[in-house]
Design a protein around this ligand. Structure first.
Ligand SMILES: Cc1cc2nc3c(=O)[nH]c(=O)nc-3n(C[C@H](O)[C@H](O)[C@H](O)COP(=O)(O)OP(=O)(O)OC[C@H]3O[C@@H](n4cnc5c(N)ncnc54)[C@H](O)[C@@H]3O)c2cc1C
Length: 1021
């Protein structure tokens, strides 16, 4: 790799600078950097400054990941621990003897005292107060008046400011309104106060006259609870409806507005919204607006180039704040877990070099992009200053920016050098303040942090100020954090990544697939019929399948299979058994992998079919297709494992155990995961050598037909796989009872699952029966999430909403009960109710739809009857009216009921719809009892920050899948094998290592190899 400054990025952006000029600039960077550094080091932070504490926390934690995690997690939940008992418990749980031993001596004593002895309560409270005080030091007050005072204090030190309101995650329209209202107040009141402040040329003089004295920074995600790149149009409209009045106010009151940048998933949409509003007639000639570009993003230079072209076109400059980016860990972990390309540079020097390339570019376009350099890295800032000097840019048109509560000596050095410095000042309540504090602690404790390298580790100036490049990285101090290979990469099987709809190409592919299909259906319904041995049969009655979002549209006419077809299908399947077994494991695994490939190729088309056939919103439909691909890949992988006979030999004896197919398998599948579950059960049966009669749900025959065709295309012989769409009650019983059926794999309701068990048992017991049928039944759930009284309510609200209302609650894993601890019950229910009311209900084909229709009229009526029961027996706290949609499709809005009787229908029965019941628990023990108080045991979850409660939940929650601090739906093949027990199911977990064995019988052959005292040598392993 090239070690020249920024060499990796040369040529990415056009620059007028020649190599000689770059050398000249580099010499100047060193001079400026030394001056800034010397001055900063002369005023090292003292023990009373917040950064000293942050640096110490960083120093303690940097080389001890476990300690870091514990400390940061404890810090994070401190504001919730108002109750002394809870505070003591958390201190004891997070800081055990092992952790104490690793603490620096100064802290060890305080913590030991807090954990035991007479002074314990006092010491615990002192520790909490100290942590909260630290958080407060990073924020500039909890209300506008305090923030204004802090801002004025900055001005007295010749610094500007930008105020940022810290808020809880915005989960409802009312919270988005409150956020906008807070800015309205700020932009109304602060400019009046600011007008009376004495002038300060360093701060006030701008490139074309005076700079606004008041400057605010806004996060767009806080202006819309449904902010989502999957719905660019809806999100833009809703954000602009709140942002436009703020821009008007700012313009009228001579303030400046800056748009912050958040996660990569929202970046393109944030930039698009910024451009749209800045281009509107009333703002097009307004220069006092700006946006952030994060240089840790690989795309940042491309974004800057297009921003420059756009700004030229606009004709009025905008400010661009260059930062490196605050969410590096999140972006890396999130992308790796999702299997997406990691959007951020993976080496620190790359981010630094990218920052410098971006700085040069912005400086060279300073008449259209006003440069604001947000960094605490003196090398990065010195580079910006040197480039500005070299290009002769008016200093009034540039500014340096730093964070409140960090790098105070550096701030002095920058203003002393005559540069305008603006301080980014978050203000607000402590709960969101803790998240901000943790972000700062994370930054300060990173090995890659400039502040830490310079002010804690005292890395030599030459290293600190060296031009970014791999050769300059001091491995000891700023070790280039190459990302370790995660467990996903190490395993033989990889999950199919979900589509990232914030990527334009994915979004367009899906939209085109939806449009194409809508046009196809407009030409008339698709005809679906049974196929046995490759022959299409249309013997039974035909029934129409309607689009649940628009029941006037018939998308398919399904010729139902008859009982006679069922008997014929089993006969053909039985005859096909020997040849299918004979072709062997490897070839069958191969066919599954080919099927996965076909699905991958047709991925958006398949998802679009689900959108129209069962009303799955985009993301849910895409996830179902991805899971189907996973089942093919994973079961192929597992089949190869089982293909190898197990050998256990001793001298004189050889034992070989091999797996054999059971025979004809009947697969009876549901409509709610219409491709994934059908694929999972069918491919498991096929790859293990069984032949299959596939009976899909009548609501999802079309997507099932596609699966049948894909499997045949991949190489499954026609006689091996029969396709029997139709009514379950007609073809199900003859298939289950047939003497030649060896396995029944079923997923669906508890009533049908139990009935199948009984029918299969009766058939097995019948005279002349030659086998006991194997029944694999995945049934329902009445799943609960517990919200503990120290839980992160932001996360809990979002996860409960997604788990309860994703695909309209029509998942066996869906959350239908939420059990909330007394102390947070009312606050949580208030926020949850507001979030539920903000969910957008609409046709599944529209990308902004969060809640689509129910699958059919019967489902709608059933859910409505539960809502009626709720109204009579509980307190309705949220009810979304679907309005005109009710006349168009099978829509039922989300409903939330509180004060529900745990023993009543809402507490016990599976509703399979968007109805959520809330229960109050006095303590954690009671919450667990409530959660376990139904006959089901499928999924369960808990939100808590108490390690002992999490441990307890993991041990005693009765569910096949227990989730801690996350939603309870969306199990991923291999990572979360899925399935329950008690009345939730009788099979081994789908997508897990024991699933395939259910379709097999094990056969062991033992040979005595001893002949007259002579035995062959044991085989080498
Ligand atoms: C005024 C101001 C406004 C801000 N606004 C925003 C905003 O809107 N959005 C936002 O995201 N951030 C924002 N930030 C936060 C900012 O992103 C971080 O404070 C900044 O990244 C720290 O960088 P630095 O140059 O000060 O320090 P340095 O120590 O030089 O850089 C640290 C940064 O390098 C990057 N990094 C760390 N490890 C690696 C690695 N292994 N590979 C590649 N890169 C790595 C990360 O971005 C990390 O934050 C703002 C900061 C300021 C000062």
């Amino acid at each position: 790799m090239n070690a020249t400054p920024g060499a990796a990025f040369e040529g990415v952006l056009p620059s007028r600078l020649s190599p000689a000029e770059r050398d000249q600039i580099e010499r100047r960077v060193q001079q400026i950097g030394r001056e800034l550094l010397n001055q900063s080091l002369a005023a090292e932070p003292t023990a009373v400054s917040p950064e000293w504490w942050a640096q110490q926390a960083g120093a303690w934690a940097t080389h001890d990941d476990e300690l870091k995690v514990r400390l940061f997690r404890l810090v994070d939940c401190m504001p919730m621990l108002e109750d002394p008992e809870a505070l003591d418990r958390h201190l004891r749980e997070y800081i055990d003897d092992d952790v104490i031993a690793r603490l620096p001596p100064s802290l060890r004593w305080a913590v030991q005292t807090a954990r035991s002895g007479l002074l314990a309560p006092l010491a615990s409270r002192a520790i909490r107060a100290a942590v909260l005080a630290q958080a407060r030091r990073f924020i500039a007050g909890s209300n506008p008046a305090e923030a204004a005072r802090a801002a004025l204090a900055q001005r007295r030190r010749h610094r500007g400011f930008t105020l940022d309101l810290l808020g809880e995650a915005v989960t409802s329209d009312s919270e988005a309104d409150a956020y906008a209202d807070a800015y309205t107040r700020l932009l109304t009141e602060l400019p009046r106060l600011a007008a009376a402040w004495p002038a300060d040329p360093l701060v006030d003089d701008g490139p074309d006259g005076s700079m606004p004295r008041v400057n605010v920074s806004i996060k767009l995600s806080a202006l819309d609870s449904q902010f989502d790149a999957i719905d660019p149009r809806g999100t833009t409209d809703r954000v602009l409806s709140r942002l436009r009045p703020l821009w008007r106010l700012a313009r009228a009151h001579a303030a400046q507005v800056h748009i912050d940048m958040e996660s990569h998933a929202t970046k393109d949409l944030t930039l698009a919204i910024f451009r749209q509003i800045a281009m509107e007639d009333e703002f097009r000639d307004w220069p006092h607006c700006g946006v952030v570009v994060q240089c840790y993003l690989r795309e940042s230079l491309r974004d800057l180039e297009s921003l420059a072209a756009w700004a030229r076109d606009r004709g009025t400059p905008v400010w661009v704040r260059l930062v490196k980016g605050a969410y590096w860990d999140f972006e890396t972990v999130h992308a790796e877990a999702a299997g997406w390309p990691v959007p951020v540079w993976q080496q620190k020097w790359q981010t630094d070099a990218c920052y410098e390339a971006a700085t040069t570019f912005v400086m060279e376009h300073a008449t259209t992009l006003r440069p604001a350099l947000g960094s605490h890295n003196l090398r990065s800032l010195a580079h910006g200053m040197a480039v500005a000097e070299h290009l002769g840019i008016d200093r009034r048109g540039i500014e340096m920016q730093m964070l409140h509560g960090m790098g105070d000596p550096e701030k002095e050095a920058v203003t002393a050098a005559g540069w305008r410095l603006r301080i980014y000042m978050p203000y607000g309540e402590l709960v969101p303040g803790m998240a901000y504090l943790v972000r700062r602690l994370l930054e300060n404790s990173s090995n890659d942090s400039f502040l830490r390298a310079g002010f804690v580790k005292h890395v030599p100036p030459a290293t600190l100020l060296a031009a970014p490049g791999p050769a300059t990285t001091d491995a000891a101090a700023m070790d280039g954090a190459a990302i370790p290979v995660g467990p996903l990469a190490a395993s033989g099987f990889r999950n199919e990544p979900l589509a990232d709809f914030s990527v334009d190409a994915s979004w367009r592919c899906m939209q085109e697939a939806v449009d194409r299909l809508a046009a196809r259906f407009a030409a008339g319904p698709v005809a679906v019929a049974s196929v046995i041995d490759g022959q299409r049969l249309e013997s039974g009655e035909t029934f129409p399948r309607h689009d649940p979002s628009d029941h006037h549209r018939v998308i398919a006419n399904v010729a139902a299979a008859t009982p006679a077809d069922a008997l014929h299908a089993v006969k053909v399947a039985r005859q096909a058994l020997p040849a299918w077994k004979e072709i062997g494991w490897e070839r069958r695994a191969d066919i599954l992998e080919k099927t996965a490939g076909i699905m991958r190729r047709r991925r958006f088309e398949l998802a679009a079919i689900e959108v129209f056939e069962v009303g799955k919103p985009w993301r849910e439909a895409d996830a179902d297709v991805a899971e189907a691909i996973d089942f093919c890949g994973y079961y192929a992988h597992e089949a190869r494992r089982l293909a190898r006979p197990a050998q256990v030999d001793v001298p004189g004896e050889e034992n070989t155990t091999e797996w054999l197919p059971r025979g004809v398998a009947v697969v009876i599948a549901p409509w709610n995961f219409p491709l994934a579950i059908l694929t999972g059960m069918t491919t498991a049966a096929l790859v293990t050598g069984n032949t299959v009669v596939m009976k899909p749900a009548e609501q999802s025959s079309l997507i099932a037909r596609e699966l049948h065709e894909m499997l045949l295309e991949a190489g499954v012989p026609p006689a091996v796989l029969a396709f029997l769409p139709g009514r379950g009650e007609e073809v199900g019983p003859p298939l289950v009872a047939h003497p030649d059926t060896a396995v029944v794999a079923f997923t669906g309701s508890r009533a049908v699952g139990v009935a199948i068990h009984a029918e299969a048992a009766a058939a097995s017991a019948a005279a002349g029966s030659r086998r006991v049928k194997r029944v694999i039944a995945e049934m329902g759930g009445k799943n609960a999430i517990i919200v503990d009284d120290d839980a992160d309510l932001d996360e809990a609200v979002v996860a409960v909403v997604q788990s309860a209302f994703g695909f309209q609650g029509q998942k066996c894993s869906a959350c239908s009960r939420v059990i909330v601890l007394d102390r947070v019950h009312d606050a949580f229910v208030r926020r949850l109710a507001a979030a539920v009311k903000s969910l957008r209900v609409g046709p599944a084909a529209e990308p902004g739809t969060r809640v689509g229709p129910l699958v059919d009229a019967e489902a709608r009526d059933r859910v409505q009857s539960f809502i009626e029961i709720g109204r009579q027996t509980a307190r309705e706290v949220a009810a979304v009216d679907v309005g005109m949609l009710a006349g168009r499709g099978w829509f039922v809005g989300p409903h939330l009921f509180a004060d529900v009787d745990p023993k009543g229908p809402l507490g016990q029965e599976e509703i399979f719809g968007p109805v959520l019941a809330v229960f109050r628990a006095h303590d954690f023990r009671q919450a667990i009892e409530l959660a376990n108080g139904t006959p089901y045991a499928l999924t369960a979850g808990v939100f808590s920050r108490s390690p002992s409660h999490l441990r307890e939940a993991a041990t005693v929650l009765q569910a096949g899948n227990v989730y801690l601090n996350r939603g309870i739906t969306g199990a991923v093949v291999q990572r979360q094998p899925f399935g329950g027990y008690r009345m939730s199911g009788s099979g081994n977990k789908a997508g897990g290592p024991e699933y395939l064995q259910q379709f097999l019988v094990a056969r062991t052959v033992t040979e005595n190899t001893l002949r007259r005292g002579f035995a062959p040598q044991r085989r080498a392993e």
